[in-house]
Design a protein around this ligand. Structure first.
Ligand code: GAR
Length: 207
């Protein structure tokens, strides 16, 4: 297992709620499956449970409530500055329920990854599992993608599929998808940090 120290890649994680994907990242780092240091966890929602998970793991937490900033752009610049100040070179959106502008992406400058509970481009936006059930698809899943200013539309790094069962409820389907999110997100973060990839248009490819 790599030593914790200055040479480890520093990542920032943005959250808004429960934080189970954050926990998957914390656990992957702890197991030595993800060679990175989580430098900071930032929530736009005060009191988010994810903050407790970060604190329990000894990770710095920061609450930046978006309503405290006069504009979306001003908020995004403050967020990017907080991440850069802590040496983050990659940002992971782990249940961060707020759109980021191009201003954030430009100001941060590094890769930004998002985990989403659907097989994009199907069912962007809120409640991927609910949209999948309502549409009647037979296969659902999750996606980790690079973030662009368009909602849930950036180049896809990894996807995992799960079957939709006849007796599925929203909760059973969401839980089955979440298991795959927890596996996929740490893998995708490591993949992007490791390098050896390029974009060909929208396609995320090995070099
Ligand atoms: C996850 O299912 C994540 O994919 C989703 O919110 C949930 C957060 O759970 N994100 C989105 O829908 C973003 N469009 P968590 O807080 O337990 O990680």
């Amino acid at each position: 297992m790599p030593e914790a120290g200055a040479s480890r890649r520093r990542i920032g994680v943005l959250v808004s709620g429960r934080g189970s994907n954050l926990q998957a990242l914390i656990d992957a780092v702890g197991r030595g499956d993800l060679a990175a240091t989580i430098a900071v966890v930032i929530s736009n929602v005060p009191g988010a449970a994810a903050l407790d998970r970060a604190a329990a793991a000894g990770i710095e937490t920061l609450v930046l409530p978006h309503r405290d900033w006069p504009s979306r752009e001003a908020y995004d610049e403050a967020l990017a500055a907080a991440l850069r100040d802590r040496g983050a070179e990659l940002v992971c959106l782990a249940g961060f329920m707020r759109r980021l502008t191009g201003r954030f992406l430009d100001a941060f400058g590094g890769p930004v990854l998002n985990v989403h509970p659907s097989l994009l481009p199907a069912f962007p936006g809120l409640d991927g599992p609910g949209q999948a059930l309502a549409h009647g698809v037979k296969v659902a899943g999750c996606t980790v993608h690079l973030v662009t200013p368009e909602l849930d539309a950036g180049p896809i790094v990894a996807q995992a599929a799960v079957p939709v069962r006849t007796d599925d409820t929203h909760d059973t389907l969401a839980a089955r998808i979440l298991v795959e999110e927890h596996r996929l997100l740490p893998w995708a973060v490591g993949r992007v940090l490791d390098g050896g990839w390029r974009l060909d248009g929208r396609r995320f490819l090995d070099v």
